[in-house]
Each structure stands twice: as C-alpha cells, then as structure tokens.
Design a protein around this ligand. Structure first.
Ligand SMILES: Nc1nc2c(ncn2[C@@H]2O[C@H](COP(=O)(O)OP(=O)(O)O)[C@@H](O)[C@H]2O)c(=O)[nH]1
Ligand SMILES: [Mg+2]
Length: 318
C-alpha cells in the first residue's frame, strides 16, 4: 500500500523531478542519512529511477581519477549524456562542483553537470551506503550517466561493481601496482583498465605485465578487459577509453550480462538498507537489554550477559 507522503517529502520529490539543484542536494543529504523519511522519498522517486548508465572509476589516491573524470565529462556531454558525478573518495578535493583534481574550475565543461562528494563512512564492505540512493536521486532528476569516483582501497574498490555497470580501474606506471591490484582482488572486477600518467616511464611495459597477469588466469570466457594508456592531465587516450566504455556497455546488453549485474546491484542496495535498519535495531536492543547499571554488573562479574542474549535470540529469531 502506498504511503501517504508528508508535504516536505512531496515537495522535495517535486524539486528533484524538475531537476532543481538545491532540491537534488537536499535529497541526497536526506537519503545519505538514516532519517526515516529517506525511505518515503526513495519510494516516491522509484518510478523515475533505474535507467541511468553507471560508470565506476576506481584506483589508488593520486592515480588521476578526478582529472580523468574532468576529461570524460565534456566528451560524454557531447555524446548526449546528462552527466552526474558522485565522488566517494575521501581524499578527493571535489566540492560543490567547483573543484576537480587540484584545480579550481568554473568552466563550460562542467555546465549542467551535477557533482557531489559523498562520505565513505558506513555500509557493508565500506562503499558508502549513500551511493545507491544518491544514484536514484540523480536518475529521478534526469541524469542518465552517473560517474562514480571511488578510492581504490581494499574492499571499497571491489564493492564498486555493486553500483556500477562498467568499472574502470586506473593504475599508474609504478612498480608493484599490478601485483597490488591482483592481491586486492581488483583484477577480477575491472571491466576496463587504464594505465594513466602514460607520460611517465614504464607505461608500455606495465601494459604488457598487466596483459600477462590477466592471461595467467586462463583465457577469458566472455569480455576480455581492454587496457588503455591515458594521460588524463593532457587529455590523451580519453577518446579510446570512451570507445572501450561504449563497447563494454554494448557487450553487456548483448550478452545478457547486464541484467545479471543489475540484479546484483539491486540486491546489494536493498541489503544495505536492511543492514542499516538492523543495525539501528541492534543499538536499541542493546540499550534495552543492558542499561548502565547492567553494564556495571557485567563489568564487576556480578551478571553474566550471555543468557540474556541467548534468550533474546530465541525470542526474536526462532
Ligand atoms: N604526469 C601526469 N600527472 C597526472 C596525470 N593525470 C593526473 N595527474 C596528476 O596526478 C595528481 C592526482 O590526480 P587526481 O586526479 O587528483 O587523482 P585521484 O586522487 O585519483 O583523483 C594531480 O596532480 C594530477 O594533475 C597524467 O596523465 N600525467
Ligand atoms: Mg580524486
């Protein structure tokens, strides 16, 4: 049964649907939070969501992801996309759409592009739980290509596949990078590799090493991840990268891989919301079962806490 929405949620939704920047900003703040109204807003926006192409860019801090994003934006716009950017890199100096990389840019390239930084806190695996709902807000506002910049550290870069249709991994020609990427499990999840800063020594060599490393895992069954050499700083290799992105998008649509991936994304998104709800419930239950006095008793050894938890488990989860 549909919920009766509070006027504030309804007017916020209206603002988002008509593409108002301030409403979009407020809506993303709301869906990133744990306020109960965020679900009402998502419910209201849902029919207008699910259609954008989501491009993930991951890689270690300093690999050139923001610079690359800045280069991709005008080219994607020229192809007719309405581009939204979510930066989940805590080291990223994105802010209010004004700053990319280490430069302040108020230029035509960013006209009509919505850019937003998200906190990397919270959620399973470390990828900001705010990402999937923020994507929905942007979709409802009419953005049809969402670029997600995420820092390439540990689990975060593996989780990016649960929000992105195509994952680009940015490496730089420095010793150890290929080995590190393999250790982190990123080799299996990237759809496209770039070796950025190709103006530096060792880029061609690294491409060879990476190709060899990829082929060690046996002949790829379907998509064979391409490797582009780029110089994001100088705008080189970006067109080739875009060609790979379009190719991967088409490949997925033709092979049916797209649907499997989208199903995984939805499951991850919903699991993340339920995880949040359960976490809140866990906090409340803990406080209920163990008040300050009881905690003190546990500390003194006067009370054994485990029977209580066992009893609770039996009651709540038969
Ligand atoms: N030499 C060189 N430097 C680059 C290139 N691309 C980016 N950079 C520089 O690398 C630094 C980090 O870039 P940034 O985009 O902020 O990396 P991020 O942390 O991955 O987002 C900046 O100083 C960029 O100017 C490149 O192709 N060549
Ligand atoms: Mg960055």
């Amino acid at each position: 049964m549909p919920t009766v929405h509070t006027p504030s949620v309804e007017s916020l939704a209206q603002g988002v649907l008509s593409g108002e920047t301030r409403s979009i900003a407020r809506a993303i703040t709301l869906v990133e939070s744990r306020a109960p109204e965020r679900l009402a807003l998502l419910e209201r926006l849902f029919p207008h969501t699910g259609r954008a192409f989501k491009l993930g860019i991951t890689g270690a801090p300093g690999a050139g992801k923001s610079t690359l994003t800045y280069q991709l934006i005008p080219r994607l716009k020229a192809r007719g996309y309405r581009v939204g950017v979510l930066a989940v890199d805590p080291t990223s100096p994105f802010s209010g759409g004004a700053i990319l990389g280490d430069r302040i840019r108020f230029d035509d390239a960013l006209e009509g592009v919505y850019i937003r930084s998200l906190a990397s806190r919270g959620s399973i695996g470390g990828l900001s739980r705010g990402v999937p709902p923020a994507i929905r807000v942007l979709e409802a506002a009419g953005y049809d290509l969402i670029l997600i910049e995420t820092v390439g550290a540990g689990q975060l870069q593996v989780d990016v596949r649960f929000v992105a249709d195509t994952v680009v991994l940015a490496l730089v020609p420095e010793a150890g990078d290929v080995v590190q990427a393999m250790k982190a499990g990123i080799i299996e999840i990237a759809d496209i590799y770039i070796i950025n800063k190709a103006d530096r020594e060792g880029a061609t060599r690294m491409r060879l090493d990476l190709r060899n490393a990829l082929e060690l895992g046996g002949k790829p069954k379907g998509w064979n991840p391409p490797i582009a050499l780029t110089e994001a700083l100088h705008g080189k290799g970006i067109d080739e990268l875009i060609a790979f992105i379009e190719e991967h998008k088409q490949y997925q649509q033709q092979s049916g891989g797209w649907e499997a991936r989208r199903l995984q994304q939805i499951e991850w998104e919903l699991q993340s919301l339920i995880h949040d709800a359960l976490e809140q419930q866990a906090q409340a239950t803990t406080r209920q079962l163990f008040n300050a006095e009881t905690l003190q008793a546990v500390l003194q050894g006067a009370e054994n806490p485990f029977p209580k938890i066992r009893a609770w488990r039996v009651r709540e989860n038969p």
